[in-house]
Design a protein around this ligand. Structure first.
Ligand code: 5GP
Length: 160
């Protein structure tokens, strides 16, 4: 976390302002910690996306639930995701934000599951690669539970 914040602060040193775009809901603790460690001027906005139904991981269909309040044209934007699994969410996000003409658009994710990736999405700032397991805690949920766990834990098959 400190290392990620240091790299981001160094890379954006000199820009007027960085807009951190948090992808709700899983990002909220990561974004809080990351944003407090940055040493550059920054603003924060949120966007909320959802996958379509149970088959979402196979179809990749993603929909917009709540849009940004900020007009990102001409702004330096960093998307902050909790976890990149298939990559469909991040790919969809890029497809709707690029046409809004930000000055720059980069991505940051705390976790990535390389074995599950279906889309060739670039993560400019990555915390950790993890295996194909379901993780909870530190903002991440299992059926909307366990988000407030202070650590990241693996949910075993059967949800236990
Ligand atoms: P993708 O579109 O990359 O397949 O999925 C991204 C989203 O799926 C993440 O933002 C997160 O909401 C959810 N997700 C994927 N893997 C996990 C996981 O292991 N734990 C939790 N809690 N959410 C996950």
């Amino acid at each position: 976390m400190t290392e990620l914040a240091r790299r981001i602060s160094a890379d954006y040193a000199g820009v007027d302002e960085l807009l951190l775009v948090g992808v709700l809901r899983g990002c909220y603790i990561f974004l809080a910690d990351l944003s407090r460690r940055l040493t550059i001027p920054r603003r924060i906005d949120f966007i909320s996306l959802a996958s379509y139904g149970q088959t979402a991981t196979s179809t990749g269909a993603v929909r917009l639930i709540m849009d940004l309040r900020t007009d990102i044209a001409g702004k330096h934007v960093l998307i902050v995701e909790d976890i990149v699994d298939t990559g469909f969410t991040l790919d969809y996000l890029m497809s709707i934000l690029v046409p809004r003409r930000p000055a720059s658009l980069k991505t940051c994710a705390l976790l990535r599951k390389p074995d599950r990736l279906r889309k060739d999405v670039k993560i400019d700032y990555l915390g950790f690669d993890i295996p194909d397991v379901w993780v909870v805690g530190y903002g991440l949920d299992y059926r909307d539970m366990y988000r407030a766990l202070p650590c990241i834990a693996v949910v075993k098959a059967g949800g236990g």
